[in-house]
Every structure is written in structure tokens, then in C-alpha cells.
Design a protein around this ligand. Structure first.
Ligand code: NAD
Length: 341
């Protein structure tokens, strides 16, 4: 039984990843989930698997060196999948300290502990791997044409993306200096179940259900590439197990949409299937986000070519599954609304 250390497993993508891994590998893996349970971490996301004897939850901070080193001592960890991060751009614009602490120093703490635990003479224990879950936002913003490739220079604009780029560079430095066995993945915007409703799609759904205004930044024409979260989880699994160490992979959905397109799509679906009182009069244009990147678009040819990955869930299907999930999980949403937001 191989042991995985997953950080930030109570957040959106981490929770989806843990579900994905147990569904795929069952009893043949053990997962240690290290999560500080910030406002974005929700134990409810994993309530259905917490009874598993091969699942261990550890409440703690990735910046806590003693705790992280102890985990490597206590368990024979083979894989680290590092999701834990402060992840909301707007919050990073308000205050960047926690982004540098968790995203940069937290990453350093993890790679340092993994390196020490895995060192075996001049090399590393056979089969171990660290995976840094990063974002397309580290590349900055595109004009109307072109795509981010893995060799696009890093040009982050927000404190969030700057902290993620810094963390990537720390990982790269360990790969280059110490031949640390690691990969970095850079994914576009994810959507799906368990996403904290400060992010665009669940925010739109919750506000529609409460007939609250739907805030749209600037002219609403900022473009993002959207990927169904399960496709991201599958890509991470493939990179972890099949990619040569040291490689970086972009992951994207070939699915560019303007923000206003997304807003209208969510309204349209809820109007037609849930409540005809939900309509475009809820749209409220608000002052643009400071330094708002105009367009992100991913060239995911490398992961397709090297590992055979491609997105499986088309947006038309994924967005309906996602909206239905939030409709079917009103208690999950309401509990969050009552505690945190
Ligand atoms: P999220 O905000 O939903 O979850 C983050 C999780 O990390 C939470 O459970 C939180 O409690 C935990 N955490 C935060 N700081 C911690 C610390 N110091 N110690 C331990 N746990 C801590 O984030 P998400 O959307 O699931 O994103 C996961 C990762 O994927 C992040 O690294 C993010 O940069 C990256 N990413 C996200 C997207 C996206 O669209 N959401 C796209 C590309 C990459």
C-alpha cells in the first residue's frame, strides 16, 4: 500500500482529488490529508470517506516544520500532492502576507521535508515523487491570440499569482540543484463540486438562488479557459505516476469563455430548469478588479503528447453537472453561508 501526502485536501480540488483517488485505487493506497482548515477548507467535503481505514486527516499547517517532518517520520510517504494554498486573487489584493507565508514558505517547508526524508545516499528512494499543483496565472495575461506553453516566461500580475510563481521557482530550484524528484502542473480555471462560493461559478449559482445581484467585473469580457475538476485530477494522477521527473505540464480545457458568457449560461440554465424568475436583470457590472488579467489560454499539447491526457468532460456537460450538484447540495451551501461568507 503506497502512502500519499495530500495537502489542502479539504479544499475544492484537493477534495475532488481524494475522492478520485479512492474511487480509482481503493484499498491499494493510503492518503494522509494535511489541511489547516482555513475558511476555504471544509471537512464536509470529505465526510463520506472519513471512515476509511486508509484515510488519515491531520489538521495542521504546511508551514509547521516539526509537524511536516513528523509526518514523514511516522508514515512511509511515497508521493506528495501539494494543493494547499491561499487561492483567491481578490483576497491577495486586499492583503498578500498569508499568500507568501502559505504558498511560498509552505511549499519550501514541504519540499525540504520530502527531500530529507527521501534522500538515499547520492540519490532518492526509488519511486518517490512530489507534485506541485500550480496555475496558468503564473504566465500573466495574453492578448487576443496565442497560448501559454510550458516555456512561456513567468509574468505574474496579482500577489496570488506572484506567490504561486515563487513557489514554482522554489520547486524548480530543488529539481535543478538537488535533482529533487518533482513535477509542476499548471492548470486553467477549474469548475465542479465542492468549490467555495466566493469563486465565479458557485458564486453565480448561490446568488441566483437567493436572487442577489451577480457582480461582473469591468466589461465582463475577460477570458478564462475552464476545465472540469475531475479532468484535472486525472491529469495530476497521470503526471505523478507516468511523467519523467523534472517536467512541467500545462493542463487546460480547450474551452475559452468570457466571464459574461459564463454568467449568462448559468442564468439561462437556472431560468429554464429551476426558477423562471432568475434572469439577466440580476447582472450588475462592478468596478474592474485591479490589475485584472484579460485572457488566459492554455496549450496542453505537451501532456497530450507525452502522457495521452486530454479533457474528457465537455463544458456543456460539465457545467450542467456542476449546477445540478449545487442544487442537490443546498445544505452544503447553506451551512457555508451561515458560517463563513
Ligand atoms: P481552495 O482555496 O479551495 O483550498 C485550499 C485548501 O488549502 C483549503 O482546504 C485550506 O484549508 C488549505 N490550506 C490553505 N493554507 C494552508 C496551510 N498553510 N496549511 C495547510 N492547509 C492550508 O483551493 P483550490 O481551488 O482547491 O486550489 C488548490 C490548488 O490548486 C491551489 O494551489 C491553487 O493555486 C491551484 N489551482 C487552482 C485552480 C482553480 O481553478 N481553483 C486552478 C489552477 C490551480
Amino acid at each position: 500500500m503506497k502512502t500519499y501526502l495530500v495537502t489542502g485536501g479539504c479544499g475544492f480540488i484537493g477534495a475532488n482529488f481524494i475522492h478520485y483517488m479512492f474511487e480509482k485505487y481503493g484499498d491499494s493506497i493510503r492518503i494522509i490529508n494535511l489541511d489547516k482548515l482555513t475558511y476555504a477548507g471544509n471537512p464536509e467535503n470529505l465526510r463520506d470517506i472519513e471512515y476509511l481505514r486508509n484515510y488519515v486527516f491531520v489538521k495542521g499547517d504546511i508551514c509547521d516544520k516539526h509537524l511536516v517532518n513528523d509526518l514523514f517520520q511516522q508514515y512511509e510517504i511515497y508521493y506528495v500532492v501539494h494543493f494547499a494554498a491561499e487561492s483567491h486573487v481578490d483576497r491577495s489584493i486586499e492583503s498578500a502576507d498569508e499568500f507568501v507565508r502559505s504558498n511560498v514558505l509552505g511549499t519550501l517547508t514541504l519540499i525540504d521535508a520530502a527531500k530529507r526524508a527521501w534522500e538515499a545516499g547520492e540519490t532518492y528512494r526509488e519511486g518517490v515523487k512530489y507534485l506541485q499543483v500550480s496555475t496558468d496565472e503564473v504566465y500573466g495575461s495574453l492578448g487576443e491570440t496565442g497560448y501559454f506553453t510550458e516555456v512561456t516566461p513567468l509574468d505574474p500580475h496579482s500577489p496570488y499569482s506572484a506567490s504561486k510563481a515563487s513557489a514554482d521557482l522554489m520547486v524548480k530550484s530543488y529539481i535543478d540543484t538537488h535533482r529533487f524528484p518533482a513535477n509542476i502542473t499548471r492548470c486553467s480555471n477549474n469548475y465542479g463540486p465542492y468549490q467555495y462560493p466566493e469563486k465565479l461559478i458557485p458564486l453565480l449559482i448561490t446568488n441566483c438562488l437567493e436572487k442577489k445581484p451577480l457582480p461582473v467585473y469591468g466589461d465582463g469580457m475577460n477570458i478564462r479557459d475552464w476545465l472540469y475538476v475531475e479532468d484535472h485530477c486525472r491529469a495530476i494522477d497521470m503526471v505523478l505516476h507516468n511523467a519523467p521527473s523534472g517536467e512541467i505540464y500545462n493542463i487546460g480545457g480547450h474551452n475559452e469563455k468570457t466571464n459574461i458568457d459564463i454568467v449568462k449560461l448559468v442564468i439561462g440554465y437556472l431560468h429554464d430548469t429551476y426558477d423562471s424568475g432568475i434572469d439577466e436583470s440580476l447582472i450588475t457590472y462592478v468596478t474592474d478588479r485591479k490589475g485584472h488579467d484579460r485572457r488566459y489560454a492554455i496549450d496542453a499539447d505537451k501532456i497530450g503528447h507525452d502522457l495521452g491526457w486530454e479533457p474528457e468532460t465537455m463544458f456543456a456537460e460539465g457545467i450542467v453537472k456542476t449546477i445540478r450538484w449545487y442544487l442537490d447540495n443546498r445544505k452544503w451551501l447553506d451551512d457555508l453561508k451561515n458560517t463563513n461568507i
